[in-house]
Design a protein around this ligand. Structure first.
Ligand SMILES: [Zn+2]
Length: 555
């Protein structure tokens, strides 16, 4: 390729992430594409008077991170919210909440994040009374790390019309106390939505998750501008962490339109893929909206063409759909959101339309129902390059392990989600999983079975910084010596964050590796990741992020 390079990176330990493990020292970028990868001499001839030279100082240079499962709008909205990540005990909670309260006098509602289910005590469920003791004069709500439970104070419950209970739809629950009033615990989206409607973004950030629909009424120009500001903050935050591609997991047309506006203004600092979110209350005809989103948005920077579905909930609140009942509630098998017939019909329709599907499936029964559906689609419509995905797979029945490879299904896993990793305490998850622990968070087990695997954070469920996930993947503790070791190699982990992520969005011919002709998405790190001890990988930062041939972050 001829022409003067706009950027040349020299003196790097370049991981091309090609399947053949090729290495290099330098990369040259012409326009939006990679022009050369190799030794210093091979890029020198592309150097011109206007070429920007970046000295990597012997540090790792690699493809930009593909974040394969995150929630941009909700994640961006959490930037600046009260973090309860390291808070434990009532006194510490009250102190943290009050300090935040006095530092944010102007906001009409306060939200806390990363509140562990056992934050107050192992045996003491969080209630509105705990929140009232901290903040009672404004609506106040705190969100569990998995974002499937919210606890609200009395004022928030009252304003949201939930204090005296309410039917909030399939799979959701306003937990009621013996006094006939809501305890403050709100399970799943239907129960949380009325509380989020009180927040500064009026819940628009969560619409892609809750209903998958656009806001009603459509936001005013001022609200729209505020939402664009939130998304821009999120994109910039991701760029500073080396992320160049985002597979978003919540979706509606509204977000696509906002991102398109950001793109036209030159601010789209990561490529974004937005799905259509199909809720169980919608009919199958709603998939026409997914096809419409795919037709309207198909550029390398912003595209659609995937359907996101929740098959179940989460283990901690007994809403994950499990085969044999929960060890601590044997009569409960969780709450599947679709019957097998409903789901199979959706897969068949998506396969006919040429849409990709990604299903949130945490329990082993949810994973099986999803695989059965993918199989039904293949049987009815015939095999095609569908690249359907399953998100999370926290427990899998051993009989289903080989089926992912057989059906060409991609496993989308979150290294920071394993119980006992730095984000989540072991309990109560360990109790919910019980004897199935050997088949829980089965990263290496699935890899050994030939499954293609992609990694991500599920931001804001866990921190979006890829370095934290990489460390978690490499240092997973073995809870019992009899269990299979699920630790990942560095190269497999990095592949799941680059090349495989590109494959999952049908862009492996254009990105995910550093190769001449590919889109210029890459990062320069502040260390050599291969010689950094695994425990210290989360201390590595990003020195430079380049997306689409442009520098989107520089330290
Ligand atoms: Zn998610």
């Amino acid at each position: 390729m001829a022409g003067e390079a706009n950027i040349i990176i020299t003196n790097g330990k370049v991981l091309t992430m090609s399947p053949h493990d090729q290495r290099a020292q330098a990369v040259a970028i012409v326009g939006q594409r990679i022009a050369a990868v190799g030794g210093e001499d091979c890029v020198a001839k592309l150097r011109g008077p206007n070429t920007r030279i970046i000295d990597a100082r012997g540090c790792t240079v690699m493809p930009g991170f593909v974040e394969s499962h995150m929630h941009l709008f909700p994640g961006a909205a959490t930037l600046g919210q009260l973090s309860l990540e390291d808070v434990s005990g009532l006194d510490a909670f009250i102190a943290a909440a009050r300090a935040y309260d006095s530092a944010h006098p102007g906001e009409h509602m306060l939200i806390g994040r990363q509140a562990n289910y056992t934050m107050i005590g192992e045996k003491e469920p969080i209630s509105r009374h705990h929140l009232d003791r901290a903040i009672s004069h404004r609506p106040f709500a705190i969100v569990a790390p998995d974002a499937h439970t919210v606890w609200a104070n009395t004022m928030a419950l009252e304003m949201a019309g939930l204090l005296h209970g309410r039917n909030v739809g399939i799979g959701s629950e306003v937990v009621m106390g013996e006094d006939g009033l809501a305890t403050g615990e709100l399970r799943e989206w239907g129960a949380m939505e009325p509380v989020f409607a009180l927040s500064p973004t009026a819940g628009r950030d969560n619409l892609g998750l809750t209903s998958g629909r656009d806001p009603v009424p459509m936001p005013s120009p001022a609200e729209r501008a505020a939402d664009i500001g939130v998304l821009q903050k999120g994109l910039d935050y991701c760029a500073r962490l080396g992320i160049t591609s985002i597979h978003n997991m919540d979706g509606n047309l509204y977000q696509l339109e906002l991102l398109d506006e950001i793109h036209k203004a030159g601010g789209l600092h990561c490529r974004v893929e937005i799905p259509f979110h199909l809720r169980p209350e919608r009919s199958i005809d709603a998939l026409e909206e997914a096809s419409e989103m795919q037709r309207r948005f198909s550029s390398d920077m912003l595209h659609s063409g995937r359907v996101k579905i929740f098959m179940d909930g989460v283990l901690d609140s007994w809403t994950a759909f499990v085969l044999d009942g929960y060890p601590d509630r044997p009569e409960t098998v969780g709450a599947p959101l679709f019957t097998a017939d409903q789901f199979n019909a959706i897969v068949i329709d998506c396969d006919r339309r040429g849409l990709q599907i990604s299903v949130h499936a945490i329990g082993d029964a949810a994973v099986r129902r999803t695989l059965d559906g993918y199989e039904a689609g293949r049987r009815t419509v015939g095999p095609r390059d569908s690249r359907h995905r399953i998100e999370h797979i926290e427990i899998i029945d051993p009989a289903d392990i080989p089926r992912l490879r057989e059906l060409g299904v991609i496993a989308s896993m979150q290294p920071l989600h394993a119980a006992g990793s730095h984000c989540f305490p072991l309990e109560p998850t360990l109790t919910r999983i019980g004897p199935k622990m050997p088949f829980a968070y089965p990263w290496q087990t699935l890899r050994n079975a030939g499954t293609r695997m992609i990694f991500s954070s599920d931001w804001p469920v866990s921190p979006v910084d890829p370095m934290k996930s990489i460390k978690a993947a490499l240092t997973r503790e073995l809870l019992d010596p009899a269990y299979p070791d699920q630790r990942q190699t560095l190269m497999d982990t990095l592949a799941s964050y680059t090349r495989e992520g590109a494959y999952a969005e049908f862009m492996d011919d254009r990105k995910g590796q550093l190769k001449p002709g590919m889109l210029a998405d890459m990062v320069v790190l502040t260390a050599d990741i291969e010689t950094t001890p695994p425990e210290e990988i989360d201390r590595i930062e990003v020195a430079t992020t380049i997306c689409d041939g442009r520098i989107t972050f520089e330290r």
